[in-house]
Design a protein around this ligand. Sequence first.
Ligand SMILES: CNc1ncnc2c1ncn2[C@@H]1O[C@H](COP(=O)(O)OP(=O)(O)OP(=O)(O)O)[C@@H](O)[C@H]1O
Length: 228
Amino acid sequence: MATLQLPPGLEYNGQLVETSNGGVSDWVAYKKVKLYTNAFVILNDAKVLLGYKKRGFGTGLWNGFGGKVDPGETPLQAAVRELEEEAGIEAPLEHCGVLFFVVDGADAAFHIDIFRADEYTGTVSETDEMRPEWFSVQKELLPLTNPQTTADHDHDHAANPQATEEEGPEPETEGLPLPDIPLKQMWADDEFWMPLMFSRRFFVGRADFDADDKMLKWWFAAAPASLS
Ligand SMILES: CNc1ncnc2c1ncn2[C@@H]1O[C@H](COP(=O)(O)OP(=O)(O)OP(=O)(O)O)[C@@H](O)[C@H]1O
C-alpha cells in the first residue's frame, strides 16, 4: 500500500486508507499547537454519551468530553480527568484517533487525542460546563466506509429476523427512546470521523475552519482494520 501524504500537523506510522477530503486547495498556516483530548462512551455500539457545551470554546454545540492537556499530564490522564470533571464518570478509555484543527481566530491549532470506552462507572452528572445526554447512533453514522461490517449487520437481520437487539443494563437509558446524534448542532467535522470511531478503526484527520466555524478544508483517513 502506498504511503499517504498526511496534512501538516499530523503524524502516523501505520497503514492508512483515505476516507474523505474536500474544500479549498491550501491548508491554513498555524504558529502554535495546543494538546487536547475528547472522550466518548459508546454502549453496545448503539448509543453514545455527548455533552452540551454551556460555556467556553464550542458553546452551544454537542461534543464528547475533553479539554486541554495540562503540563505534566499524558493525554490519557487528561482525558480521564476531563471525563470525570465534565460528566462525573470514570471509563476505561482507549485511544482511537487523532484530529488536528486550525480555527481562524483561535490562538493555537488544536491537536486532539480521541478516546472511546464501551463502559463506564459512576453516575452521569451535569456540570457547570457540560450537560450530558445519551443519543442513539443513527444508521448514517454506522460504518459505511467498512462494507464488511455493514454486510454483517444486514446478514444477521436477514438470517434471524426475530432477533432482538441486546439492551444495556444502564438505568439512565433503559426503556427510553433516545434522540439521534444531533449532527446539526455539532462541529462539521464530526460526521466524517464518527463513523470510523463507531467502527473501531483508528483514524486521523485535519480540518480548517473560518472565523464563523465554517469548515474550509478537510481530510480524514483510517487504519484498514478494526482496533479489536
Ligand atoms: C474545530 N473542530 C472540533 N471538532 C470537535 N471537537 C473539537 C473541535 N475543536 C475543539 N474540540 C474539542 O472542544 C473541547 C475544547 O476544550 P475546552 O473546553 O476549550 O478545554 P478546557 O476544558 O480545558 O477549557 P477551560 O479552559 O477549562 O474552559 C475539547 O474537548 C476539544 O477536543
